[in-house]
Design a protein around this ligand. Structure first.
Ligand SMILES: Nc1nc2c(ncn2[C@@H]2O[C@H](COP(=O)(O)OP(=O)(O)OP(=O)(O)O)[C@@H](O)[C@H]2O)c(=O)[nH]1
Length: 415
């Protein structure tokens, strides 16, 4: 008796009307979340995708809201067609959202063509012959299944490591959703004589959609959280003006590389690079002009630094390069290459003038097997000041910093 009551209660709860209302409410809530995220995180990369998600869920909420209207004694011609089409617009926006968020090629949107054809066939058939439930289920479900499959396939393509596992999970649930739609469509195809009044596939479709949306919406939010985390980590480790790594990164790497050079009985080197007469550039072109110069110089240095070496901006107009391996001649050659690269690449200023900038570089190579990060940096800095004193636009190589065994003073000498 007790069990019978429970089953009856569940059956009543899973009534199509109830499920329509719950789907509408959940979609509305999801839409509000995505739109709030869009409004408060406008500087987020790929934020257009977040807006499209918000609009997609809003369309779902409106579509389900239309379908539930007859329960409130509001009815009009083609109500079911209108509700379903609005839901389909939500699915189209969902596909566009994933495409924009994952920055996928627009060519992937070819699926919208057969979707449009199916939609026009459905509209034409309903206008010509009235709202035929069976026809609408078959056409509507194939249309939605196409969109859901395309969205799942797009999610599966996510290449970005932090978001890939979540994107794949969301993709798997989209495939499951498409399967549910196909099962419902197949049921109607193999039961052509079924009584529409007693059909239960609406409940099945709505219930599966409800459960899957519960999983898919949080996975989209989870993807966004992972993206935010990755962006925060990036921001904490990169200079916002030039985009190259910051002092913290080169310090961490430098200490690690120095310890490794110590252990392996090898050498490591540091270049301190300072833009010459930068104050005069700021005075002549203003702070914005100075910033442009820093961006251009960082880009030039970045292009000419080998992939094994690390470039960082460590101060206003000061950059640093960490060279994990090398000997004196190699270090000098790298420094000279960077100096010439900057000098030979005039920078286009906002006024249209072309400005030739130069840099002074101080280098220091650690003694073999005795690399002390701080000492190497201090010696490179002293060599930089020597380069400035000796006329700028030049490279100076410091004598190796005093080792524990040989505490002689370090002095810069020209390369
Ligand atoms: N535009 C801009 N200027 C900066 C930034 N950080 C520091 N500066 C400026 O860089 C200038 C550095 O001037 P100085 O240290 O006197 O060096 P300098 O004029 O390059 O002279 P030398 O190094 O001796 O050749 C100062 O005017 C700072 O205000 C920045 O992020 N952007």
């Amino acid at each position: 008796m007790q069990l019978g009551n429970t089953v009856e209660w569940i059956a009543r709860l899973a009534h199509a009307g109830t499920l329509l209302i719950v789907n509408a409410l959940l979609a509305g809530l999801s839409s509000a979340m995505f739109l709030a995220l869009y409004a408060t995180r406008r500087n987020l990369r790929r934020v257009r995708g977040v807006l499209a998600w918000g609009l997609s869920y809003a369309a779902f909420a409106v579509g389900f809201g239309i379908l539930v209207l007859p329960a409130f004694h509001i009815d009009f011609a083609f109500l079911a067609l209108l509700g379903n089409l609005v839901i389909d617009i939500g699915a189209v926006l969902g596909l566009l959202a994933v495409n924009a968020y994952l920055e996928l090629s627009r060519r992937r949107l070819w699926v919208l063509l057969p979707v449009a054809v199916l939609a026009f066939v459905e509209i034409g058939a309903v206008i010509a012959g009235g709202e035929n439930f069976r026809l609408m289920v078959v056409l509507g479900n194939s249309l939605t299944a196409l969109l859901v499959l395309a969205t799942g396939a797009a999610l599966w393509q996510c290449q970005d490591a932090p978001r890939r596992p979540v994107a794949r999970m969301a993709a798997a649930f989209h495939f499951l959703w498409a399967l549910m739609l196909l099962i419902r469509m197949a049921w109607w195809l193999v039961h052509p004589g079924a009584n529409v009044g007693q059909e239960s596939t609406s409940t099945f479709g709505l219930l599966s959609r409800l459960i899957l949306t519960w999983v898919i919406t949080p996975s989209f939010l989870w993807m966004l959280t992972r993206q935010l985390d990755a962006e925060l980590i990036r921001q904490a480790r990169h200079d916002p003006l030039t985009g190259v790594p910051n002092r913290r990164v080169i310090w961490e790497q430098g200490e690690r590389i120095a310890a490794e050079a110590d252990r392996r009985d090898t050498t490591m080197a540091v270049l301190m690079i300072d833009v010459d007469h930068f104050k005069a550039i700021n005075d002549r072109w203003g702070h914005d002009g100075g910033d442009q110069v820093l961006i251009a110089i960082a880009a030039t240095l970045d292009r000419h630094v080998r992939s094994d070496d690390l470039l960082a901006r460590v101060g206003g107009e000061e950059f640093m390069v960490l060279i994990p391996h090398g000997d004196g001649p190699a270090v000098r050659e790298i420094a000279e290459r960077l100096r010439v690269a900057v000098e030979s690449r005039p920078i286009a200023m906002p006024s249209g003038e072309r400005l030739t900038c130069t840099v002074s570089i101080g280098c220091c190579l650690s003694p073999r097997g005795q690399a002390r990060w701080r000492d190497v940096v201090i010696a490179a800095d002293q060599a930089l000041y020597a380069a400035k004193r000796h006329g700028r636009n030049r490279v100076e190589l410091a004598a190796p910093p005093a080792s524990d065994a040989d505490p002689s003073a370090s002095a810069a000498r020209p390369c």
